[in-house]
Design a protein around this ligand. Structure first.
Ligand code: HEC
Ligand code: HEC
Ligand code: HEC
Ligand code: HEC
Length: 167
């Protein structure tokens, strides 16, 4: 049998541990808030990836239809008004409507096709620091589904497989 004082000591230590845990949890977000806001990565276009990822770039531009996806808009452009054309941009270009994303062929020529960044996310920070952590390394199916919607899948009788359409 433990003496009552030893039991009390254990209880006190336990209480102190719990209090310090609460304290840590409550101050953690404060520290996080004091850090400068992480810089936002913006879209830079597939050409920026080429110098360091020759292999992926070469096979992407050779085989992926995405690398020419603006051409598909042009193919149907005649019958479309500006309003309709803008609807195409969200899937057939890179980052339309998002920070640093496609605006127009004249203003953002490097983003006119759907590039690396539609799957790997905006790459400006990664291009600068070349760290694996600054890019989406493993795109998930939810990313594909933003453009490969059920409507599109039905229209083309196609289901995206996670390793297709890239490189
Ligand atoms: C200045 C060189 C450089 C540029 C430019 C660059 N990367 Fe990288 N990238 C790297 C290095 C270095 C790694 C780490 C390779 C490794 O660890 O095997 C990497 C890793 C990656 C990975 C895999 C991450 C992982 O965890 O395995 C992806 C995906 C990637 N880059 C995509 C891109 C995309 C998309 C672009 C263009 C927006 C780009 N990179 C531009 C240097 C670069
Ligand atoms: C920003 C929109 C967008 C995202 C995100 C996207 N795709 Fe695509 N994808 C397209 C468009 C647009 C085409 C058709 C290009 C064309 O023919 O004009 C396409 C074509 C394809 C094709 C047809 C075959 C080929 O060689 O290009 C496959 C396969 C594909 N995508 C797979 C994927 C997968 C897998 C993902 C997720 C990892 C993904 N896509 C994410 C827009 C997107
Ligand atoms: C929600 C996303 C999305 C929107 C919006 C969208 N597309 Fe697409 N489009 C796709 C995807 C994904 C494919 C590829 C499907 C496949 O290959 O299975 C595709 C394929 C195509 C193709 C066929 C290319 C080929 O080689 O067979 C053409 C043409 C096309 N789109 C034109 C347009 C035009 C023009 C607009 C605007 C009016 C538009 N798309 C809007 C996602 C979209
Ligand atoms: C359609 C979506 C898609 C596009 C577009 C795409 N990738 Fe990927 N990428 C992937 C997927 C999926 C993987 C495999 C991830 C995994 O292993 O989980 C990958 C892996 C990578 C890797 C890691 C090494 C490897 O080959 O497995 C690098 C580097 C990379 N991509 C660079 C690029 C570059 C550069 C471009 C443009 C030239 C690009 N990707 C375009 C989907 C894409």
């Amino acid at each position: 049998m433990k003496s009552p004082s030893a039991v009390n000591l254990h209880k006190t230590i336990l209480v102190l541990l719990i209090i310090s845990l609460f304290f840590m949890v409550s101050v953690l977000p404060c520290h996080a808030a004091k850090d400068p806001a992480p810089a936002l990565s913006v879209y830079v276009g597939s050409l920026s990836c080429k110098p360091c990822h020759e292999k992926e770039y070469a096979s992407f531009t050779a085989y992926a239809k995405k690398s020419n996806s603006y051409r598909s808009i042009e193919r149907l452009q005649k019958g479309l008004n500006d309003q309709d054309l803008k609807k195409c941009y969200s899937c057939h270009t890179t980052g339309y409507g998002k920070p640093g994303g496609f605006i127009s062929v004249e203003k953002t020529p490097l983003l006119k096709n759907a590039g690396c960044e539609v799957c790997h996310g905006p790459g400006s920070i990664h291009v600068e620091n070349a760290k694996p952590a600054s890019i989406i390394a493993h795109p998930v199916i939810q990313i594909c589904a933003q453009c490969h919607t059920s409507e599109m899948i039905q229209a083309f009788k196609f289901r995206p497989l996670i390793h297709g359409g890239g490189h």
